[in-house]
Design a binder for this molecule. Structure first.
Ligand SMILES: [Zn+2]
Length: 218
């Protein structure tokens, strides 16, 4: 006897690979609640937020984990080797770094409330760039080795020493937490030139998006 479509639906077997709902909820509650990682927009020069001083993280909780994951994905996508939270508009003392080369396995570093505790007298030079100053590179001289302290992703206090590229990236990213940019290490002439160039480009872009808005409204 025909009992209507509802009964028919109940008679169908569940989709082949669907686990029983109850078991799935108990085993993987996080995967159900969590949204997928998101790419965050990166602030660029001359955005004034890049000059803000970031605040210490008080508690490493789910919200901080979410930000760390989103920052990491944003950095890999850019691509870059380091990203500070202020570069994506969060004035928190958080940095993600991964200096692994393309053919090496990923090796992300999560630095929460990082502090440099020692720098070498010996200096090193790298040609630096920054996701917030896109497509501009200049040589910067910094201490060749640093020791630094930070909370890791689990909120555990760690101390590490770095040299080479990692030493430079750590110093570059920690500058961001104080509202610093690598161009602050350049001569005044070079710095003013690049700030002017980016300010002009931002003005032109604002004007052209205003025009687009007018077109849409018309
Ligand atoms: Zn940077």
């Amino acid at each position: 006897m025909w009992r209507g479509p509802r009964t028919l639906i109940w008679l169908l077997p569940p989709p082949f690979d669907a686990p029983p709902l109850r078991a799935y909820l108990m085993e993987k509650p996080l995967r159900i609640r969590r949204n997928p990682m998101a790419l965050l927009p990166i602030l660029t020069l001359p955005d004034p937020r890049l000059r803000e001083i970031s605040k210490a993280v008080e508690k490493v909780d789910g919200e901080i984990h979410r930000l760390l994951d989103d920052m990491l994905e944003t950095m890999y996508d850019a691509p870059g080797v380091g990203l500070a939270a202020i570069q994506v508009g969060h004035a928190k003392r958080i940095v993600v770094i991964d200096i692994a080369k393309d053919d090496q396995p990923k090796a992300p570093l999560f630095l929460i409330n990082p502090e440099i505790t020692w720098v070498s007298e010996e200096l090193g030079v790298y040609r630096e760039g920054c996701l917030s100053v896109p497509e501009y590179f200049e040589e910067v001289q910094r201490p060749a080795r640093v020791r630094f302290r930070h909370l890791d992703r689990d909120g555990v206090l760690r101390e590490a020493e770095a040299d080479g590229l990692l030493a430079t990236v750590v110093q570059h990213e920690l500058d961001h937490l104080e509202g610093g940019l690598f161009i602050d290490h350049l001569s005044r002439l070079k710095r003013e030139r690049v700030v002017k160039k980016f300010t002009k480009a931002a003005r032109l872009e604002a004007r052209s998006s205003e025009r687009e808005t007018e077109d849409v409204d018309a």
